[in-house]
Design a protein around this ligand. Structure first.
Ligand SMILES: C[S@@+](CC[C@H](N)C(=O)[O-])C[C@H]1O[C@@H](n2cnc3c(N)ncnc32)[C@H](O)[C@@H]1O
Length: 424
């Protein structure tokens, strides 16, 4: 999502965009019905179940009420109820031309992993109002994640053109232009973001990464700014990532494609953490392999970082996946042992995206004995946060020590936090 100076957190690199937390109101609030106003009041106060019931009551009376459709869709999306959210958003997309509503629907669709539909919604929002900068930045990021590099650069450049004083537009251009083998253009864009907003920690972090990778280590140290602006653990992650010869990409998609290319051409792919199915569908479509996706679909079993237990829940709903994917709903401790007992071929690639040390450790304890040299492991949060050494990273290195693996790190992605390792 477009970050404003007032709300921008110190470092927030992943999962751009999301369903709105505050209710929207597109029309004249005085002209709206008392029930709709009560729903929006409850929504604003965080009384989400009551607000949802009131939005439903509004829609029973007037199924075309735009405020109620978008707000109820966002509430469903935030609760993980993807199909209910998708149904409302797709209806709005088919029938509405209000650019702000289309922008909000785009972020809602992004939140539930409906990436192609989110792209359509952003594009339609911008057709109606080309100066919606949040939609432009959201679209630039999304095009990158969809692998449309040209469109990502086009929209990021357009954002810079339309909002030349907005640091986040320049940082989006940095991401779109990022190429770890030709860093000058993206360094220029990140440096501009920092000069416009010297307190923008993420811009400083990404600038430092690109500078250090291009050999300008002193400038990189300077770019990190005064001590404490960026958490020490993240600075540690950056220097950890900056060993020579390793790749870095600016999207999760590019990292996963790199990993698939490195992996053997035989054997299943295992996705640990499916949620709305973004990584699972990508792995299936790009590999042509059988993909096994594991998730409780109830969210994180424990709190992690600032997220409570249950974060990322889809309330038990399974996402749409192609026929080459098999999903195993349940905790890893319940679903992985019977799977491991019947697996006939060693996995070619394991994608670990369950955030918690305990979940990753459980996964390696079940699947580790099946791993053979040549297997590629991608860890979504390998260097992704200030306590990275205590999470997925720790689980991998403990498993390697136990099972005698040699860990060959091939991609350490300071932009997305991912790591790709080849097991030797
Ligand atoms: C960040 S989400 C995965 C995102 C997904 N890979 C994507 O591309 O959007 C993390 C997921 O891990 C799941 N998870 C974490 N620990 C688990 C465990 N021990 N058993 C089952 N699922 C778990 C959560 O339910 C959550 O859906």
């Amino acid at each position: 999502m477009h970050e404003t100076r007032a709300t921008r957190p110190p470092i927030r690199r992943s999962r751009a965009g999301g369903a709105r937390k505050q209710p929207v109101c597109y029309g004249d609030p005085q002209a709206s019905s008392p029930t709709l106003r009560a729903a929006q009041r409850g929504h604003r106060k965080g009384q989400l179940a009551e607000a949802a019931a009131l939005y439903r009551a509004v829609l029973d009376q007037d199924p075309t009420c735009l405020d109620a459709r978008v707000n109820l869709g966002s509430l469903h999306a935030r609760a993980g109820a993807a199909s209910a959210a998708r149904a409302l958003f797709v209806e709005v997309l088919a029938s509405v031309t209000d650019p702000r509503a289309l922008r909000d629907v785009a972020f809602g669709l992004l939140h539930i992993g409906a990436l192609p539909q989110a792209r359509t919604a952003f594009e339609r929002a911008l057709e109606g109002n080309a100066s919606l900068i949040g939609a432009r930045l959201g679209l630039a990021r999304l095009c990158g994640e969809l692998g449309d590099h040209e469109a990502a650069v086009h929209h990021a450049r357009r954002a810079v053109h339309d909002a030349p004083e907005e640091a986040s537009a320049h940082l989006e251009l940095h991401r779109a232009l990022f190429d770890d083998r030709a860093l000058d253009p993206c360094i220029e864009a990140a440096a501009r973001a920092v000069s416009l907003d010297p307190g923008y920690a993420l811009a400083r972090y990404l600038l430092a990464g690109a500078l250090a990778r291009s050999g300008c280590v002193d400038e990189a140290r300077q770019a990190l700014g005064s001590e404490g602006l960026i958490e020490a653990g993240l600075v540690d992650a950056l220097w950890y990532a900056l060993r020579p010869g390793l790749r870095c990409f600016s999207t999760k998609r590019a990292t996963l494609l790199f990993a698939l290319e490195l992996a053997p051409s035989q054997g299943p792919v295992i996705d640990l953490g499916v949620r709305h199915g973004v990584s699972t569908r990508l792995l299936a479509e790009a590999s042509g392999a059988e993909v096994h996706g594991f998730d409780s679909f109830q969210g994180l079993p424990e709190s992690w970082q600032s997220r409570p237990a249950g974060a990322f829940s889809t309330a038990g709903e399974l996402p749409p996946v192609p026929p080459s994917v098999r999903l195993y709903p349940g905790l890893f401790a319940e679903t992985l042992p019977p799977f491991a007992a019947t697996l006939r071929e060693p996995p070619r690639l394991i994608h670990v995206d369950c955030d918690l040390y305990s979940s990753a450790a459980e996964a390696f304890s079940c699947l580790g004995p099946l791993v053979r040299p040549g297997c590629v492991i991608v860890l979504d949060e390998y260097i992704g946060n200030a306590s990275f050494r205590e999470d997925e990273h720790r689980a991998l290195h403990e498993a390697a020590a136990r099972l005698g693996w040699r860990i060959d790190e091939r991609c350490l992605n300071w932009i997305t936090g991912q790591g790709v390792v080849l097991v030797g």
